[in-house]
Design a protein around this ligand. Structure first.
Ligand code: KG4
Ligand code: ZN
Length: 336
């Protein structure tokens, strides 16, 4: 079964063709990051307008690269939540138009479920149940993925998402948006022991909090400024990457221990972080747990992951009618 999938929840206009939830036939991404960089973050109205301009060409290319026509697709999958609502609506309405014109089923997909499903593309043998750390620009969760469409959240962030924390720390040392990847890149020239950073306390055993780290970085920057010095970006990057990956791993490890999980999966933009990947690899090796990491090219936003999850949503009977609407917020366990 071939799904044509569309993703437009943030600053990437993406389309893909995915076969049986596991095989990428094509994946096209038009990124707006250069344009938003000037403003230090995504400007929602600009994002919506660019999606409107690019979506026709991106979808056309995805079909062309998969060497097929719209009539050969078996269903149309689209990310319908959560995300910047003006951006989400561009993809949702375009997908509805395609579904109406072609008579194919319309499959709404939750963006974060898509990030988890990026692992089905990378690891053909991965099947639920497993324990998943989901870390993106807008979300940080520890979730039990019980089957392809059933999730139980064990922990979540109480304030900033992990990706937000990376981006803010990066900005404090003058790195451009989105700073997470830049911070990761320069961290390997830095000293991870140079700047002490606090370990945040949370009420929930598996919950996260990153706002204290953000304040700590601001304070470090002020203190350095008062001495007429500047933070060394490489050292800050190394200290920050090590701290965040330790925090994420400790919570994930506790959840895995308590639930008896043997399969550990990482998902979302921050799962590209080299410190987090190395920490998870070390930890899982020590514990004898099996670790699944998404391929780097599938960590960030793309439509292939939406096509993968869309397949399993379709099998579960989760299709939508022509009254489908986009939603800015939605829990991963909710249905459309
Ligand atoms: O999942 P994603 O592409 O978009 C959302 O759904 O939010 O995540 C984007 C986030 C950004 O905050 C970005 O800085 C972060 O993922 N990110 C990284 C790395 N690559 C992307 N953070 C740390 N290290 C990286 N290598
Ligand atoms: Zn995302």
């Amino acid at each position: 079964m071939k799904l044509l999938a569309i993703e437009s929840t943030c600053d990437e206009t993406a389309a893909a063709v995915v076969e049986d939830g596991r095989k990428i036939q094509s994946s096209v991404i038009n990124s707006q990051v250069q344009e938003h960089r000037v403003y230090g973050g995504v400007v929602p109205e600009i994002a919506s307008r660019r999606h409107t301009e690019h979506i026709v060409e991106v979808v056309r290319l995805a079909l062309e690269q998969a060497e097929m026509t719209l009539s050969e697709a078996d269903a149309i999958a689209v990310t319908a939540a959560p995300g910047l609502i003006g951006a989400v609506l561009v993809g949702v309405n375009f997908a509805k138009g395609l579904a109406m014109a072609s008579g194919k089923p319309l499959v709404p997909v939750h963006h974060i479920r898509g990030h988890v499903a990026a692992n089905y593309l990378t690891h053909p043998d991965l099947t639920p149940p497993f324990l998943c750390l989901i870390v993106s620009g807008g979300h940080s969760h520890i979730a039990q993925v019980e089957d392809y469409t059933t999730y139980r959240i064990l922990g979540r962030t109480q304030d900033d998402a992990a990706g937000e924390a990376f981006d803010k720390a990066a900005r404090s040392v003058g790195l451009p948006y989105p700073g997470g990847v830049e911070l990761d890149r320069i961290s390997h020239q830095g000293d991870p022991g140079r700047y002490p950073l606090p370990t945040p306390h949370t009420a929930g055993k598996y919950d996260f909090s990153f706002s204290g780290l953000k304040t700590a970085v601001i304070n470090l920057s002020h203190n350095a400024g008062q001495k007429g010095e500047k933070l060394v970006p490489e050292d800050l990057a190394a200290s920050f990457c090590r701290k965040v990956s330790m925090i994420l791993w400790e919570k994930l490890e506790a959840a895995a221990r308590d639930t008896g999980a043997k399969k550990i999966v990482l998902a979302g933009g921050v799962s590209a972080n080299s410190w987090l990947r190395a920490q998870a690899e070390r930890g899982c090796r020590e514990k004898g747990w099996e670790l699944f990491l998404p391929e780097l090219s599938l960590c960030g936003d793309n439509a292939a992951m939406i096509g993968a999850q869309g397949y399993y949503e379709f099998l579960a009977g989760h299709t939508a009618g022509m009254d489908l609407n986009g939603r800015p917020y939605m829990e991963i366990g909710e249905e459309f």
